[in-house]
Ligand binder design. Structure first.
Ligand SMILES: NC(=O)c1ccc[n+]([C@@H]2O[C@H](COP(=O)([O-])OP(=O)(O)OC[C@H]3O[C@@H](n4cnc5c(N)ncnc54)[C@H](O)[C@@H]3O)[C@@H](O)[C@H]2O)c1
Length: 266
């Protein structure tokens, strides 16, 4: 059977992970490579990508790491040119960089607000701005942006800047989808829920529960109707579908990957 992304070139941002295991970007690199894509893996640091590179190559995939801060326009332009120089084209862009900071409207300081919007939202704008002209020239492309259930619901703590940025990604994607649909380019969003990724142990437990990982996992688990927590592979599989030609008539929409959490109201 033909692989679902045979010979496609995919830029995946945030291709590393805060710890060992299945973060969303790492899982996307491995799954996309398993389906035949050539991966241009983008992150701030090489260390965070070592496991991604190893797992992708173990799966028989081709992956090129590239260091870039996706909140910098000049760095993003250089990054996209480097991908074109390496692989000759770009068919898929997965915008996965992001992360939450705690705080509601009063608690948040202005610098954190700006950082949250830069890393979660401006990064999506800058990479789309740089990649779209190449996709237009090719007459095809698929962009998958990463939101969060925090962008559509209150999910247990007031992380107002993160929620605002993740909500904005959805509408940015819809507007961009309509504008570029006639050029053969699709733009969709994955909306992960409360996953058990390495970020839970590495950052979130400290941010939310004074470092009590079990307490955090229990509080997240009890919101999920399915009764278990997915991980980065679940987000990656949704992104894979949206990236593939199976989704050829799908643009300007979202896939929620949350075990039913966001439809629950009890
Ligand atoms: N993990 C979850 O439960 C969850 C839930 C909902 C949404 N998400 C979203 O999924 C995405 C990935 O989350 P994760 O927890 O798997 O990731 P993670 O925090 O484990 O990894 C993110 C990677 O992005 C890189 N990065 C950060 N800033 C960067 C920058 N400016 N330029 C380039 N690279 C940068 C980091 O070095 C890191 O390797 C994020 O957008 C996050 O908001 C995650």
């Amino acid at each position: 059977m033909a692989r679902r992304l045979e010979n496609k070139v995919a830029i995946i941002t945030g291709a590393g992970c805060v710890g060992p295991g299945w973060g969303n970007g790492r899982a996307a690199c491995v799954r996309f490579a398993e389906e035949g894509a050539k991966i241009f893996a983008v992150d701030l640091k090489l260390e965070t990508m070592e496991e991604t590179l190893a797992r992708t190559r173990e799966a028989g995939g081709e992956i090129e790491p590239y260091l870039c801060d996706v909140t910098s326009q000049s760095a993003v332009l250089d990054m996209v040119e480097a991908c074109i120089a390496r692989f000759g084209r770009v068919d898929i862009l997965v915008n996965n960089v992001g992360g939450s900071a705690k705080g509601g409207a009063v608690e948040l300081d202005e610098a954190t607000w700006h950082r949250q919007l830069d890393v979660n939202l401006k990064s999506v704008f800058l990479t789309c701005k740089a990649v779209l002209p190449h996709m237009v020239a090719q007459g095809s492309g698929s962009i998958i942006n990463t939101s969060s259930t925090s962008g559509i619901r209150y999910t247990g703590s007031p992380q107002a800047a993160y929620a605002a940025a993740k909500a904005a990604i959805i509408q940015f994607s819809r507007v961009t989808a309509v504008e570029f649909a006639p050029k053969g380019i699709r733009v969709n969003t994955v909306v992960p829920g409360q996953l058990h990724t390495p970020m839970v142990e590495t950052r979130l437990a400290g941010q939310r529960m004074g470092g009590d990982v079990d307490a955090l996992l229990q509080s997240r688990l009890k919101r999920i109707p399915m009764g278990w927590m997915g991980d980065g592979r679940d987000t990656a599989n949704a992104a894979l579908f949206l990236a593939s030609d199976e989704a050829r008539f799908i643009t300007g929409t979202e896939i929620i990957v949350d075990g039913g959490m966001s439809v629950r109201c009890d």
